[in-house]
Unconditional design. Structure first.
Length: 148
């Protein structure tokens, strides 16, 4: 593949579509968060935005850099409070309680083991998944909006 890329550079240019086809453009399809806010729940006027959402909480972030560049310390989020594990999917960003405080990371895997439902999480800016499985009882919310 490196030889193909070098050959493309020698020729002069190559389209992004061709690079995608041969797998060297760098973009990888990943699971996105579920779409939880419908357009009927959003009202935009000249002076305000109104979100008609139930069971929502306000979230603030600390400066850990684990989710950079998606969000950082000065940003805020709205989180919906899930009632059932089935409301959480791979790709969602959840906040959950640990013995070190609340963590907000992306769900990369969901499973069931002898203790029941669990999620495996990872910070977007961290190379490795989090060490501990997250149980539904630890989940505080699912991020549905990030405010910059």
């Amino acid at each position: 593949m490196i030889i193909i890329a070098v050959a493309c550079l020698v020729v002069g240019f190559v389209s992004y579509d061709i690079l995608m086809q041969i797998g060297i453009a760098g973009a990888v399809e990943r699971q996105s968060p579920a779409n939880r806010i419908t357009t009927d729940a959003i009202k935009v006027t000249d002076h305000q935005v109104i979100l008609n959402l139930q069971d929502v909480r306000w979230a603030e972030f600390t400066n850990t850099d684990s989710m950079d560049p998606l969000f950082d310390q000065s940003n805020h989020a709205l989180e919906m409070i899930p009632l059932f594990p089935s409301e959480i999917q791979e790709g969602d960003i959840i906040s959950y309680i640990t013995e070190n405080g609340i963590i907000i990371h992306r769900v990369i895997k969901i499973g069931i083991d002898s203790e029941g439902w669990f999620a495996v999480t990872k910070g977007d800016n961290i190379l490795f998944k989090d060490k501990e499985k997250v149980r539904f009882s630890q989940v505080v919310g699912v991020v549905v909006a990030i405010l910059y």
